[in-house]
Design a protein around this ligand. Sequence first.
Ligand SMILES: *[C@@H]1O[C@H](CO)[C@@H](O)[C@H](O)[C@H]1NC(C)=O
Ligand SMILES: *[C@@H]1O[C@H](CO)[C@@H](O)[C@H](O)[C@H]1NC(C)=O
Ligand SMILES: *[C@@H]1O[C@H](CO)[C@@H](O)[C@H](O)[C@H]1NC(C)=O
Length: 292
Amino acid sequence: MSLEGQRCVCVVVLLIHTVTGAGEGSSSPVPEISTIKAEQNELTVTFPPLDEFYGNAPEKHFGTENNTIVTSQTGSTALLPCVIRNIGDGIVSWIRRKDYHLLTVGLTTYSSDQRFQAIHLQHSEDWTLKVKFVQKRDAGIYECQVSSHPPTSIFLRLDVIEARAQISGPTEKYLKPGSTLRLQCSVVQTTEAPAFVFWYHNSRMINYDLERGINVTTDPAQRLSDLLIPAASVSHAGNYTCVPNNAVPASIYVHIFNGENPAAMQSSSPCPMNSWYIHVVLYSFLIHLILR
Ligand SMILES: *[C@@H]1O[C@H](CO)[C@@H](O)[C@H](O)[C@H]1NC(C)=O
Ligand SMILES: *[C@@H]1O[C@H](CO)[C@@H](O)[C@H](O)[C@H]1NC(C)=O
Ligand SMILES: *[C@@H]1O[C@H](CO)[C@@H](O)[C@H](O)[C@H]1NC(C)=O
């Protein structure tokens, strides 16, 4: 059998091994593997050409593209893939480039920050770096290094985005009593759907306040939550805040008033002061100042 033939057999055996190891009994192992990788890393793993061959051992090389970019949302778990073929007895280390901090060696975490962990399933060729509870300061370049002479590395960039809520329309709304109040909150800049969205009226959580005339409907998959008050009354005035579990909240202020001048009617409690009364108070104050 030729060297190329041997290598083919070797790759096929490895594939069958990996698929069997993952418990996926399938008649078509190659597409199965591509699917698994694509889900985990949003990458398509391609197999290298078999036409280069040096020496006896199959050559060590990376299956993950150099300079790959991974985007994660704050608070989520980031997965930085590093697939190495024919690693032999090579050891994989992850290094954070901004401060040359050694994060992991093999399966051991060296960083005091336990959010970093190398993930490697037996018989797999993947040495993914897992970063839990991603923070903005985690953004930057990470190096996946394989020990050899000299060591070889690929570099991955982690981009961190901050998901936030957004209530459509202006940040203040003016309504007449009896009219419909509809607030739509969308969660933007996300890589993950929210698990839940809470609405607050001032400091009260109102998701389940149907008997107070408030109807909240949330569609997490669409990253949308709607608040509907079919007939708003003065008691519905105030600060409304949309709080998704994994994003920065958004607020809007609702004024419910009867009449022409919203500025004079901002308080939701009945106000005894009409304008002539305010004038009388102001004038007496001025006269008091002048006569001192
Ligand atoms: C990956 O790219 C960097 C430069 O961005 C280079 O130094 C390094 O050798 C490359 N690694 C491989 C395996 O090609
Ligand atoms: C709440 O609003 C949704 C649509 O936004 C509607 O389908 C549902 O029937 C309403 N529920 C009540 C109790 O009014
Ligand atoms: C509304 O409530 C939110 C959350 O409590 C707060 O951050 C915001 O400052 C409030 N806005 C106003 C106008 O009171």
